[in-house]
Design a protein around this ligand. Structure first.
Ligand code: FES
Length: 107
């Protein structure tokens, strides 16, 4: 997770609505953000729209390191948003946390 800023934390939903192993897209301040709940309970967040051809990143398979877009299977790193395939571009990555059962994000 890079792109950590000092902006205000924005509450976007409840942890109970996002099960381990699940990703969901949220509308946050006019932006579509994909939030993923890892099997270890931690969260990751990226832009929800794939830079390749607009695929729904939140619906992709993921592990602790990467999410794979479901349309053409390009993978993006949670660490920096970069694609593991050269020339595809990158997604924004955001700080996201569980605060006493509430999902909060910093854009
Ligand atoms: S739209 Fe995401 S890999 Fe093509």
């Amino acid at each position: 997770m890079t792109a950590v800023s000092n902006e205000t934390a924005i509450p976007i939903g409840q942890m109970d609505d996002l099960q381990p192993g699940e990703g969901r897209a949220y509308g946050v301040e006019g932006r579509q953000v994909a939030v993923f709940r890892m099997t270890d309970g931690t969260l990751r967040a990226t832009d929800a729209v794939c830079p390749h051809r607009g695929g729904p990143i939140a619906d992709g398979q993921f592990d602790l390191g990467n999410v794979v877009c479901p349309l053409h299977q390009y993978a993006f790193r949670f660490s920096d948003g970069g694609c593991t395939t050269e020339g595809i571009g990158s997604v924004g990555v955001y700080r996201v946390e569980d605060r006493s059962g509430e999902i909060v994000i910093w854009l």
